[in-house]
Ligand binder design. Sequence first.
Ligand SMILES: C[S@@+](CC[C@H](N)C(=O)[O-])C[C@H]1O[C@@H](n2cnc3c(N)ncnc32)[C@H](O)[C@@H]1O
Length: 340
Amino acid sequence: MPRYLILQDPGHNRVYFNASLGMATAELSVLCQSRHWPAPTDCELAGIRYLQFDTPEPLNAADRLAIAQLSASYALFSTDGKQLTPEPFGNTHLIEDKISSLQKYAGKTNEHFTRLMINMARYALEPTVDDRPLRLLDPVAGRGTTLFEALTLGMHATGIELESRSVHETQVFFKKFLEQERIKHAHKRQRVAGKNKQEAVFAEQFSFAGDKKSLAQSPQTLSLIEGDTLRAAEFCKPNEFDLLVGDLPYGIAHGNKGQVHTSRNPVELVASAAPGWHRVTRTGGVLALAWNAHLISRQALAEPLQATGFRVLHHSPYDQLIHRVDNAIRRDLIVAVKQD
Ligand SMILES: C[S@@+](CC[C@H](N)C(=O)[O-])C[C@H]1O[C@@H](n2cnc3c(N)ncnc32)[C@H](O)[C@@H]1O
């Protein structure tokens, strides 16, 4: 049986890297499960840690791409037990990985963790009949880390974000990125809800592709909706998304009468938004949400999701993802499958 070793990407965040071995193993194990490979392990060679996995056959091109797209992957080797041989990764998609590390701002979700969230969700998907690109919604998109990670994986991405400044900055950044990378694209602003000017909700819609013909026929898309995620079912079509992935707001703000709060208790937010999220996700589609487990238990978050018709995955490795971000935040990920 061929044996492979993955060298973990050290990234730029030491706290995350130190905490990430368990998460990286969990992420690789859902990929192995989806391919019916034996469960992976980890090992240390000359003081450097690796993720180790065996496959019944040598890796094919699709396997190599899937390995390359794991959040932890930095380099791949095959081994005969004595020596390591460097192995190529698969081809990447049009939008390069670097996109999510270009911007730095307060409140940004670590891009490695964001990639892991998407992978945990997509390997829990029930298979589709065709192999069209997946469609992902981040219902609390911030300045777009999940959306950009989804684009690097070849998906279509849609984000809903309450703060107009974040939406504006994401749109300006992405347009500039497409121009600098000389990627063929089109951009329009489209009304997605609201009968009149005052009530109008707009989406910034990008389509892009490697060449003119693909841009006309089968472009990849990014849509940024400036609005309240509680209204997701008004902005998006029923069953539109395969994946719903996001990093929930971290603060708990209790409303005083007369004051407007953009941030709420994440449980309240999830309880109010879940029916709409359920509506816009296809049956068998998967939701993955990160939250601060320091403040809110897994059970408290699972209840409103289950009550709405999501089946929460509590078993291993979905229960292995809690990790320390800083003194105030212990981040965890809840993954759930949409039932009929
Ligand atoms: C943790 S941040 C997401 C950060 C994002 N992953 C990034 O890296 O840029 C959560 C976001 O949820 C947004 N948010 C909070 N309540 C919302 C609501 N009701 N509808 C839409 N977005 C909301 C906040 O404005 C904030 O940008």
